[in-house]
Design a protein around this ligand. Sequence first.
Ligand SMILES: Nc1nc2c(ncn2[C@@H]2O[C@H](COP(=O)(O)OP(=O)(O)OP(=O)(O)O)[C@@H](O)[C@H]2O)c(=O)[nH]1
Ligand SMILES: [Mg+2]
Length: 308
Amino acid sequence: MTYTDTPCPEYPVPNGYRCGFIAIVGRPNVGKSTLMNHLIGQKISITSKKAQTTRHKVTGIYTDDTAQFVFVDTPGFQTDHRNALNDRLNQNVTEALTGIDAVVFVVEAMRLTEADRTVIKQLPKHTPVILAVNKIDKDKAKDKYALQAFIDDVRREFDFAAAEAVSAKHGLRIANLLELLKTYLPESVPMYPEDMVTDKSSRFLAMEIVREKLFRYLGEELPYAMNVEVEQFKEENGIQHIYIAVLVDKENQKPIVIGKGGEKLKKISTEARLDMEKLFDCKVFLQVWVKVKSGWADDIRFLNELGM
Ligand SMILES: Nc1nc2c(ncn2[C@@H]2O[C@H](COP(=O)(O)OP(=O)(O)OP(=O)(O)O)[C@@H](O)[C@H]2O)c(=O)[nH]1
Ligand SMILES: [Mg+2]
């Protein structure tokens, strides 16, 4: 048998094609999920004004003629209150860094906090880490010299491979970041079909959409010990029937979610249904209700059941 180091003829590497995994990390609320959605051009990961929005690793895939980027959005690294949920979130972040070709570390422009420094301490030493300074649309980041000085300051904290200033929300310099990231991907054939944008199931995405609306409509009243569970997900006569339970910790949190005369829950379900119809491209029948399940955020077995 002769050995040649040319690629297998069935899977030739297209000339210079690149493909790899990129993890997006940072403290809560710096805009990691917003950035991933803009990098892939589709809303896969939910976002909100509140910290601790992302609870699972979410994969978003972007494919063009020259490369396939597999992004892994992670929960913001939790530095305060220790409980089973926060420990699990941090474990998800650490696990997301294995088998990764590059890491994007996101910070908010002109704001480097102790929580950012805690994440910096966890950054890998043997994988290239690219600094993404986000929210440059904000007034405090308008002074270019001050912004450059801020970037220089952050770069002194860690040996970043490169840096880019972006606004995820407004899509500013996202293409530049993408080009930069491409240079860190290994030459490889694409790993996923070119029309695939996530490896998450429709059930998961449905659940995430409901969580996003809960964040939006509950505002400051949002019970942190709250989760959602898909109870049924079936297609019948071209209509997707989805039944989702919202789990709260205590009986007295139930009316917060339901609202006066059921108004809040109705708003949440209507908006969620519209988003689902857009994402799944079909008619959706959605039913959302609220259930009490005490102490779930501290119950490791239950977190396992939820797939967290
Ligand atoms: N002004 C401005 N706001 C942004 C930008 N990017 C994100 N945001 C806002 O920042 C908030 C947090 O965004 P997320 O994408 O949910 O942040 P995250 O880092 O994923 O947060 P966790 O999942 O909780 O860790 C949201 O209100 C976003 O709209 C930006 O470029 N400019
Ligand atoms: Mg997020």
